[in-house]
Design a protein around this ligand. Structure first.
Ligand code: CA
Length: 575
């Protein structure tokens, strides 16, 4: 039986018995607890300066350790240019350590550790996005500010492109599973050396490809983490890239009959909202239940009275309708993709993505690099292969190849569950890169594989769909659930009770996970904030529901004659 307080006490006792001065936890409860392991910043910085030369980790080489005072703008000139980050302002006092870790006899990965002075005794790993290996400094900053000893990892190679994967099975293995697991083992050892005792809990945070890595850890390396926060996971990776090529090929080149320009995609968005926004009970620009939205694009086909090459001009000279061919494109995009064997390759693009505000990269008339590169560098080892040539046969080849099980679709989480691990997953309902339905399908797959209904999956695996969230962040709705830097209302601008602290587990998904792991209090909702244009002030809050419940507006029912504004949290119920 899990005894969080006993474990915390044991950990504190270990710390007291160690040689490191200990000031003890605050009295604010486990989640808010800050453990200061150094009596002064001087002793912390001194320890940091000599750390690199004093520590030895198996299969690892420590490059440097450097004390970084809060507010320092660190130079990252060695960072790969394609990562697009060459400096970073560090808001907390940290010790920054860099090391290389061997992932095989012929390959290695990079780990950058940020050890905070205000350390809460928790270890955390973040990985990558896309097909690249860029260390995510925003996630290091975010999590270090919350007191985690945070490890940023490349994925066995540097840069944001897939080119290192070409004819390189080691790099593919590192991407698929090996770097996250290997780096975690070494990162834990490094953290123990730095603070003198093992961290009392270990966490993972990632989104997109990083979300997939989180699921891979839960599936195959259940002992690595006590808690995993995995957003918009790229589950079924070989199928996503097939689907991506299918989408761009379906849209076709800009001069083709199937293509829609930005203005026409804007019309599509407006029509989707017209048909589906109100299905959740409120016409508020947010679709809470895309499952109910079977959008009919043929309503946009130009009427017979229009004869301007099939594209009618509206009163103000703007196009206001689509050709049949364009409507067919839209219908295909918003329909599931099936393979040659009749099996689902990937669910449909979800209605509600805001193609008026932002066009997915699948729709710009060229193959998506993300989708095309997997075939070029992994499936065919042919850098001239074009996504325009994609067929369902290619999808079949990619799926059967599935190198190092990068699909990440095992439905058996029993080992993770039995060791007490907690998996908290979220997926935006406006995700235009990875449709959220894949998270729903994977959840069902786990449920069937383990023969567990949702109320029993709840014990270790909870899934939340976040309306108004794009891919991992941003969007039209209350997408700020504390999943990343800036994904919360800035508490410094207001001290009102409603806003509270951005670290509050009631509105910070990572701290929600910590509370679940350490206090046994699981989340029933994820509270998200809609941010103002300044990205700081809250406009409204919404409680996102735990799957398989869905949000429904009941403001007109509970208020009698006067409707409760849709921006009121309590005007919505999960049912
Ligand atoms: Ca709505």
């Amino acid at each position: 039986m899990f005894q969080p307080m006993q474990e915390a006490l044991l950990w504190a006792t270990q710390l007291l018995n160690s040689s490191i001065p200990f000031l003890g936890p605050s009295l604010n409860g486990v989640v808010d607890q800050t453990v200061t392991t150094y009596t002064t910043l001087d002793s912390f910085s001194t320890h940091c300066a000599s750390f690199a030369s004093s520590v030895s980790i198996p299969n690892a080489q420590i490059h440097f350790s450097q004390y970084v005072p809060a507010g320092t703008n660190i130079s990252l000139e060695d960072n790969h240019p394609s990562c697009g980050v060459n400096s970073w302002v560090v808001p907390s006092d940290i010790c920054r350590v860099a090391m290389s870790v061997a992932t095989s006899n012929e390959s290695e990965m990079s780990v950058e550790a940020w050890f905070p002075y205000d350390y809460a005794g928790r270890f955390l790993v973040t990985t990558n996005r896309g097909l690249g290996g860029c260390i995510l400094y925003n996630e290091l900053e975010h999590t270090t500010s919350l007191g985690f000893a945070s490890m940023g990892m490349n994925t066995g190679y540097n840069g944001s492109t897939a080119s290192p994967l070409l004819q390189n099975p080691n790099a593919i293995a590192d991407y698929a599973y090996r770097s996250a697991h290997t780096g975690t083992i070494s990162g834990k050892a490094l953290t123990e050396h730095f603070y003198g005792v093992p961290s009392r809990r270990s966490y993972y945070l990632g989104c997109s490809s990083g979300g997939r890595q989180g699921f891979k850890e839960a599936q195959d390396f259940p002992d690595d983490f006590d808690g995993i926060l995995a957003g918009a996971p790229a589950l079924g990776l070989t199928r996503i890239v097939s689907w991506g090529n299918y989408l761009s090929k379906t849209v076709g080149p800009p001069d083709g009959e199937s293509f829609l320009n930005e203005e026409e995609w804007g019309m599509v968005y407006e029509e989707v909202m017209k048909q589906c926004d109100g299905l959740d009970g409120a016409v508020d620009g947010i679709i809470e239940d895309p499952d109910k939205c079977w959008f009919i694009p043929e309503t946009l086909i130009c009427s017979s009275s229009s004869n301007l090459k099939g594209q009618k001009k509206g009163k103000k000279g703007k196009k206001s309708c689509l050709t049949s061919k364009q409507a067919e494109t839209v219908r295909k995009i918003f329909s599931p993709l099936y393979g040659l064997d009749g099996e689902l390759i990937y669910p449909r693009m979800q209605p509600g993505i805001n193609t008026k505000r932002q066009l997915p990269f699948y729709f710009d008339g060229t193959p998506s690099p993300l989708a095309e590169d997997w075939f070029r560098h992994v499936v065919y080892n042919d850098t001239t292969w074009s996504g325009n040539a994609f067929t369902l046969q290619d999808a079949s080849i990619a799926l059967h190849q599935n190198p190092f099980n990068v699909e990440t679709y095992s439905g058996d989480l029993s080992r993770f569950a039995s060791r007490g691990g907690k998996l908290l997953s979220y997926h935006g309902l406006q995700d235009y890169v990875i449709p959220s339905e894949i998270s729903q399908l994977y959840y069902a797959h786990v449920s069937r594989t383990m023969s567990l209904p949702p109320e029993e999956l709840d014990e270790f695996y909870r899934l939340f769909f976040v309306s108004g969230m794009d891919h991992c962040r941003d969007g039209d709705g209350a997408w700020g659930i504390g999943q990343d830097k800036g994904a919360y209302a800035n508490a410094n601008t207001d001290t009102s009770e409603e806003m509270g602290s951005w670290k509050n587990p009631d509105q910070n998904a990572l701290m929600t996970l910590v509370r679940w792991v350490e206090e046994g209090v699981p989340p029933e909702v994820l509270r998200g904030v809609k941010l103002a244009e300044d990205g700081m002030m809250p406009v409204y809050w919404r409680k996102h529901c735990k799957w398989p419940k869905k949000n429904r507006y009941v403001g007109s029912l509970i208020s009698g004659e006067t409707a409760v504004p849709v921006t009121e949290e309590d005007a919505w119920v999960c049912e």
